[in-house]
Write a protein that binds this ligand. Structure first.
Ligand code: SF4
Length: 354
């Protein structure tokens, strides 16, 4: 087995054709910046961020719709904290709250059970955003809601399946040399889920954990595969990720959700890319936020391009000037998994390349 030092040396010494790898997951972007991995890479290996931040891929129309729900009489909009400051087209949850809307921060989705039981005259709308990692939690919440026969909870669902976004990127964007596969989503879907993608597009993928050595191992593996002309799916995070994925979690997802077309920021509508309530649970649905498809993205904001690796955060003219974590223009600056916020907080924009 290679030592970490020899891996670093081999990566630094790479002098082959230019390679461009996408780290799909925002937590990987965070680790890459945190550990200064960009400083290790030679000029002909570059990393770009991908569509793995669930808040970032959620279009502005969802935020507008959620804000409207918070302003309804006897209603409470429940959300994770990072969604509150995400700008919609016309408003944000923070602005709706300032105008009298009821916005309640969830620390865990199960929080809503107690709130709904204690206030049966109120309707609690859950802004349900996330990838496969979050879906089992919402499935368990639905299970609990039905067991307790609660009738005052609704789901505003913008949950996403990750793979359709990767197909879109492979189909529409300049070819990636390889993908650093997301550690968290892969615990649910398993490495087998990536096999059709790598067969169709001949692109290698290495699922990685979040430590310095995990990410370097993934870059090294992808670099080696590119040299050899192979395109395998590698599981470099076997402590957490299996080939088949988490069968129990997937059974829960299949019981409570079905896949339908869904809208993505930057990618548009993708077939079978959204998880919506299964027919037996449609009574818990909060309505169709996608009917507001005309809501444009904030003027000048490149989030739609950052999400698909077409632009890096400093390429946005607003980065660090009109758009900061304190005054965000787009979601990528707000979310803890958003590339712009991660770059800004790390000061990485000052560096020449990542
Ligand atoms: Fe959007 Fe701000 Fe990032 Fe520009 S810097 S892409 S406005 S989040």
């Amino acid at each position: 087995m290679n030592s970490i030092e020899s891996i670093v040396d081999e990566i630094k010494a790479y002098d082959g054709p230019p390679l461009r790898f996408m780290e799909i997951c925002g937590t990987h972007t965070y680790s890459i910046l945190k550990y200064g991995i960009g400083d290790i890479l030679p000029p002909n290996i570059s990393l770009v961020s991908g569509p793995g931040c669930p808040v970032c891929v959620t279009p502005a129309g969802f935020v507008d719709y959620a804000a409207q729900l918070s302003l309804r009489k006897n209603s409470v909009l429940c959300t994770f904290g990072d969604m509150v400051r995400v700008p919609g087209h016309t408003t944000s949850l923070a602005k709706a709250r300032a105008s009298g809307g009821a916005v309640q921060i969830m620390y865990a989705p199960m929080d809503v059970i107690g709130w709904a039981e204690n206030a049966p005259g109120m309707t609690f709308y859950i802004a349900a955003v996330g990838f496969e990692t979050t879906l089992p939690i919402y499935a368990l919440l639905l299970k609990e809601i039905t067991v307790r026969k609660l009738r005052n909870i609704r789901f505003l669902t913008a949950m996403k399946a990750l793979l359709p976004a990767l197909y879109w990127i492979c189909e529409k964007e300049p070819r990636m040399s390889g993908f650093i596969g997301p550690g968290h989503v892969s615990t649910i879907i398993g490495t087998a889920a990536y096999e059709p993608l790598r067969r169709k597009y001949g692109v290698p993928l290495a699922v990685a954990g979040f430590g310095f050595e995990h990410i370097l191992a993934a870059i090294y593996d992808l670099m080696t595969q590119c040299r050899l002309g192979t395109h395998a799916v590698k599981n470099l995070y076997p402590n957490a990720v299996s080939h088949e994925g988490n069968a129990q979690a997937n059974a829960l997802i299949a019981e409570y959700f079905i896949k339908k077309p869904s809208l993505w920021r930057g990618l548009g509508q993708l077939d079978a890319s959204g998880y919506f309530l299964a027919p037996s649970y449609e009574g818990f649905d909060a309505g169709d936020w996608m009917e507001n498809t005309a809501a444009p993205e904030p003027s000048g904001c490149l989030c739609g391009s950052v999400i698909i690796g077409r632009a890096s955060p400093p390429e946005c003219a607003l980065f660090g000037s009109a758009c900061t974590p304190q005054e965000p223009v787009g979601p990528c600056m707000v979310s803890g998994e958003g590339a712009c916020g991660i770059w800004y907080r790390s000061g990485a924009a000052k560096k020449e390349h990542l």
